[in-house]
Design a protein around this ligand. Structure first.
Ligand code: G1P
Length: 291
């Protein structure tokens, strides 16, 4: 079955990015001139997704505004002949069908995904964390597309993996299993934020999933886990017993915008890639670092 729908959890408080994240959703912080969540939506669309559900909460209204048609602004730009800006605005609305659902209480990533149950129904779906941009060398082979290919061919679910340093395993969902072919792992263990001595590997789940709809039943039966929250990892560990769970060790880059240093690094990297400002930025950086 084709993967057509995606869920983007974007309700979290953003406590790693205060004070800015108090009133400005971290997902609306810019990567050069586009909010992070637009990059995430573009990745979903480039992966063949046509329907997106964004999970939001109070103080995240700016996300809705961003994807809402803005007729007054459009006619103003048209009147002034600013066709490039007009196109950029229209592009946002034409990307996919975008829907919103409210998560009232911060009950964890599993709870956020549970809010998508009605919308998703009985088909496999992608989950893309709204504060993380994942890039690949070949932009048409997004990580989400690669995960969807696995699920469409083999069934079950698939998650994106990156190897992390031993001291960082406690920050991630860590997966262990058998390597079927280079980079493709069939999971036998999946633990949320383990101690390094209990971790089955150093392969960390990294912000992209394609899940079987059977995950909802597992979420329903999963008790609160780490931090008293409903953990998606725990529900997937349950699902793994009845359906295959694959991990894909991908070749690409993860930019976690929810923390300050990575946010600044990502802006520099994306800025350097830009035709309009890249070379000026490079020259300026060399000057600053040279001092
Ligand atoms: C969440 C997941 C975790 C995953 C991580 C990065 O953790 O619970 O399994 O490894 O995202 O994708 P969080 O960063 O929300 O604490």
């Amino acid at each position: 079955m084709k993967v057509r729908k995606a869920v983007i959890p974007a309700a979290g408080y953003g406590t790693r990015f205060l004070p800015i994240a108090k009133a400005v959703p971290k997902e609306m912080l810019p990567l050069v001139d586009k909010p992070v969540i637009q990059h995430v939506v573009e990745e979903a669309v480039a992966s063949g997704i046509t329907d997106i559900l964004i999970v939001i909460s109070r103080s995240k209204r700016a996300i809705e505004e961003h994807f809402h048609p803005a007729f007054e602004l459009e006619s103003e730009l048209l009147g002034k002949g600013r066709m490039g800006d007009l196109e950029a605005l229209k592009e946002i609305q034409n990307m996919a069908r975008i829907h919103f659902v409210w998560q009232a209480r911060m009950g964890g990533l599993g709870d956020a995904v549970m809010h998508a149950r009605e919308h998703v129904g009985d088909e496999p779906f992608a989950v893309l964390l709204g504060d993380t941009v994942v890039t690949t060398k070949d932009a048409s082979r997004t990580v989400t597309r690669q995960l969807a290919d696995i699920v469409e061919a083999r069934g079950g679910s698939a998650v994106a993996l990156q190897e992390v340093a031993a001291e960082k395993v406690g920050r991630y969902g860590i997966l262990g299993g058998e390597e079927l072919s280079p980079g493709l792992i069939r999971a036998t263990q999946f633990v949320e934020k383990p101690k390094v001595e209990d971790a089955p590997s150093r392969l960390a789940v990294s912000a992209r999933y394609v899940l079987s709809p059977a995950i909802f039943e597992c979420l329903e039966r999963t008790p609160p886990g780490k931090g008293g929250e409903l953990q998606l990892t725990d529900a997937m560990a349950m699902l793994m017993k009845s359906e295959p769970l694959f991990g894909l060790r991908y070749d690409g880059k993860r930019h976690d915008i929810g923390n300050k240093l990575d946010f600044i690094k990502a802006n520099v990297e994306f800025g350097l890639e830009r035709e309009d400002i890249g070379s000026d930025l490079r020259e300026w950086l060399v000057g600053v670092i040279g001092k």
